[in-house]
Ligand binder design. Structure first.
Ligand code: ADP
Ligand code: 5GP
Length: 236
C-alpha cells in the first residue's frame, strides 16, 4: 500500500521592512532540511544583486494580471505600489517533494493564506523598537530618506496585525533569533508528528513556546509604544 501524500506545513513569515526577515529566512533555509522557499512573483524591479528566479520572479504588470485572471495565485497583494503573489504551484510542488513550504509575504497576503490554509503556522518578526528599525533601514543603505520614512509609517500600521500570528519573534540578538526561528519550525513539526519527545526535542518545543503570542505580551507592549508618537495622537 502506498503511503498517504505528504501534507506540507505552510509557514508564513511577515515583518515590517527592515526588521531582519530576509536575514533570518536565509539563515533558516541553511539550517533546516526539507523546507522549500516559495519564490514569489513581483512587478517591482530587481534590487542590487537580485536575480530572476532566485529571490523573485520579476514580471511585467500585464504578465502578473494575466496570472491573476488565470487563477494562478494562492494569494496576491499590492505592496508599496507593486504586485506580489504566491503561485499555487509551489504548494503542489512541496506536496510532491514531501517538503514544507515557507512563505515570506506581507500582512494582506497572510490573511488570504490563513483563510485558505487554516492550519498554516504564522510568524511575525518585529524589531526591538522603532529606533532600531530605523537604524537597520539606514544601515542597509538601499533606500532614500523619503522611502525610509514611508517604510517606518507603514511599519507602524503593519505591526497592529500582530494578533493574527501564532508566533512573535523579536529580532534583537541575531544568533538568538535564528535559534528561536529554527525552534518554531522544528517545534511545529514535532507537535504535529505527535510522537514522544526526546529531552533535546522537549527543549526545542519549549524555546518555540516562548515566542507564542501569549508569552511575549509585555515585551510587545513596549515595542508597540515605541511606534506611537510621543503626544499620543496616533500618527496617520
Ligand atoms: P528585511 O528583510 O526585514 O527588510 P533585512 O534582513 O534586509 O530586513 O535586514 C535589515 C538590516 O538589518 C540588514 O542590514 C541586516 O544585516 C540587519 N539586521 C538583521 N537582523 C539584525 C540583528 N538581529 N541585529 C542587527 N542587525 C540586523
Ligand atoms: P520587498 O520588495 O522588500 O522584497 O518586499 C516587500 C514586501 O512584500 C515584504 O513585506 C514581503 O514580505 C512582501 N511580499 C513578498 N512576496 C510576497 C507575496 O508573494 N505576496 C505578498 N502578499 N507579499 C509578498
Amino acid at each position: 500500500m502506498s503511503s498517504p501524500p505528504h501534507k506540507p506545513i505552510v509557514y508564513i513569515i511577515s515583518a515590517p521592512s527592515g526588521s531582519g526577515k530576509s536575514t533570518l529566512v536565509n539563515e533558516l533555509l541553511k539550517k533546516v532540511s526539507d523546507l522549500e522557499f516559495s519564490i514569489s512573483y513581483t512587478t517591482r524591479a530587481p534590487r542590487g544583486s537580485e536575480t530572476n528566479g532566485r529571490q523573485y520572479y520579476f514580471v511585467s504588470r500585464p504578465e502578473f494580471e494575466k496570472m491573476i485572471v488565470e487563477d494562478e495565485f494562492l494569494e496576491y497583494a499590492e505592496v508599496f505600489g507593486n504586485y506580489y503573489g504566491t503561485a499555487r504551484r509551489f504548494l503542489r510542488a512541496a506536496e510532491q517533494k514531501s517538503r514544507d513550504l515557507l512563505l515570506d509575504i506581507d500582512v494582506q497576503g497572510a490573511k488570504q493564506i490563513q483563510d485558505k490554509v487554516p492550519d498554516a503556522t504564522s510568524i511575525f518578526i518585529l524589531p526591538p523598537d522603532r529606533r532600531t528599525l530605523e537604524e537597520r533601514l539606514r544601515k542597509r543603505s538601499e533606500d532614500s530618506d523619503a522611502v525610509i520614512q514611508r517604510r517606518l509609517d507603514t511599519a507602524t500600521r503593519e505591526i497592529e496585525n500582530y494578533k493574527r500570528y501564532n508566533y512573535i519573534l523579536i529580532n534583537d540578538q541575531l544568533e538568538d533569533s535564528i535559534k528561536a526561528l529554527r525552534a518554531i519550525v522544528r517545534g511545529e513539526r514535532l507537535e504535529r508528528a505527535g510522537k514522544p519527545l526526546s529531552p533535546e526535542e522537549t527543549e526545542t518545543v519549549a524555546l518555540a513556546e516562548r515566542c507564542r503570542l501569549a508569552n511575549v505580551r509585555d515585551r510587545l507592549r513596549a515595542i508597540l509604544d515605541s511606534f506611537q508618537p510621543p503626544d499620543g495622537s496616533g500618527g496617520d
